[in-house]
Design a protein around this ligand. Structure first.
Ligand code: ATP
Ligand code: MG
Length: 393
């Protein structure tokens, strides 16, 4: 049997003049995703579709394609010879694969009219064949299967029925590079994923210390980063930072209620160093308004004041339930729920400030010494960069 995969783009088609650039990127993201899984294929561009001719087992292409952003749907199609017998045979093999489906509709189009004079005649032929050989009933609106038959200008019959949903969005890499502040929690992986679907390739930075930087937490963070990285257009990096030097200095301050505020400000100052060094255009966090003390407007304002870069907070208006549902969909919830916290209990104040002021922050930071040098030292000595997607998936 002559099987291929047909891919329909999503939003790219709205992009007018930029369309070529977007489709080229989607095209190369698809090729890279397949190659990464060791799958050989010839990939061809059509006007609004991409065709894949697989060289390995066709079913093994489904999972990697479901992770490429910018695909609206794809189907495994059968290419059938231009005869009614061959078409009937193909419909028979489709019938054999039916399970509990009760209703169907036919979507048929005959561009070349040699075999059928009109699309209607083709529709009738297909529908009658199915009605005569199965118990399925026609239902145009509420159907279990949509049997699609397309006779092309090149005199080929394409038959397919099942559509696999892709990830709608812009091809990863079409809008630049971002750095996700990744904790071991539920929110930040979801936020990173959502940003990838808007065309950003996302790397990750996680701040740990001598206590939290244990193998259990590190393995959890790596798992999360790998899972999200699999949606990137190309493999990105995870930076594991031992932030003990900075945390220690903050701990020495008498005022404990500002600890988290100050720590977050140093997270972003460090992220700026990474952005400068490796060229990130934006930062991403899992903040959701009002969820915890550091997520009030005042808190976020005081924290983001340290950077001129855009801080993207895709979950700002999401409820915890919505975030959990998304985490289930992208399969990160289980990893986020593994034991191991990125924040050590000793450091977290009993009463974190909910409405921090700029004046108090400035005054506290003026008590801290050699912070710039220390950040630089952390960058040089206390950070490990891991290239994702290399040995485990
Ligand atoms: P999450 O579920 O992502 O941990 P959260 O609701 O627990 O979020 P916070 O712990 O206040 O909220 O963190 C807010 C955001 O700050 C996180 O979503 C993440 O982007 C960033 N962040 C927090 N802790 C760390 C860390 N140790 N390393 C890197 N980023 C962090
Ligand atoms: Mg957290």
């Amino acid at each position: 049997m002559n099987k291929e995969i047909i891919i329909r783009y999503s939003e790219i088609t709205l992009k007018g003049k930029n369309r070529m650039g977007f489709t080229n990127l989607l095209f190369s993201n698809i090729k890279r995703a397949l190659k990464h899984k060791g799958l050989e294929a010839s990939v061809k561009k059509g006007y609004d579709k991409i065709y894949i001719k697989p060289e390995n087992n066709i079913d093994s292409y489904i999972e990697p394609l479901q992770k490429v952003v910018g695909i609206s749907w794809f189907s495994i199609i059968e290419k059938v010879e231009m005869t009614k017998e061959a078409l009937s045979e193909s419909l028979n093999s489709f019938i054999k694969e039916l399970n509990n489906e009760k209703t169907f509709r036919v979507s048929a189009k005959a561009v070349n009219k040699e075999l059928f004079e009109s699309s209607n005649l083709l529709t009738n032929f297909v529908a009658n064949h199915i009605l005569e050989n199965t118990n399925l009933k026609v239902n145009l609106n509420n159907y279990d299967v949509d049997v699609t038959v397309h006779i092309t200008a090149e005199k080929e019959i394409l038959v397919y029925s099942k559509k696999h949903q892709g990830i709608i969005g812009l091809p990863a890499g079409s809008n630049g590079k971002g750095l996700s502040l990744l904790s071991g929690g539920i929110d930040s992986p979801v936020a990173a994923y959502k940003t990838i679907t808007r065309g950003i390739n996302v790397s990750f930075v996680t701040f740990l210390n001598n206590v939290t930087g244990n193998p259990e937490v590190i393995s959890k963070i790596r798992k999360l980063a790998e899972k999200i990285n699999s949606y990137n257009g190309k493999p990105q990096y995870l930076y594991l930072v031992n932030f003990t030097r900075i945390q220690k200095k903050i701990t020495e301050l008498e005022n404990t209620s500002y600890r988290i505020t100050l720590l977050r400000r140093y997270y972003f100052r460090f992220a700026e160093l990474l952005a400068e060094k490796f060229g990130y255009d934006m930062f991403i966090t899992g903040d959701s308004l009002g969820q915890v003390a550091s997520q009030t407007i005042q808190s976020m304002e005081v924290i983001s004041e340290v950077t001129n870069k855009i801080i993207v907070r895709p979950l700002i208006s999401s409820s915890k339930n919505e975030i959990i549902n998304e985490a289930i969909q992208i399969n990160t919830l289980d990893s986020s729920n593994l034991p191991g916290s990125d924040m050590c209990a000793m450091f977290v104040p009993k009463k974190p400030i909910i409405f921090p002021t700029q004046e108090e922050v400035d005054s506290l930071e003026s008590e801290l010494k050699d912070m710039e040098e220390t950040l630089q030292l952390v960058l040089e000595e206390d950070m490990r960069a891991i290239k994702l997607g290399e040995n485990n998936e």
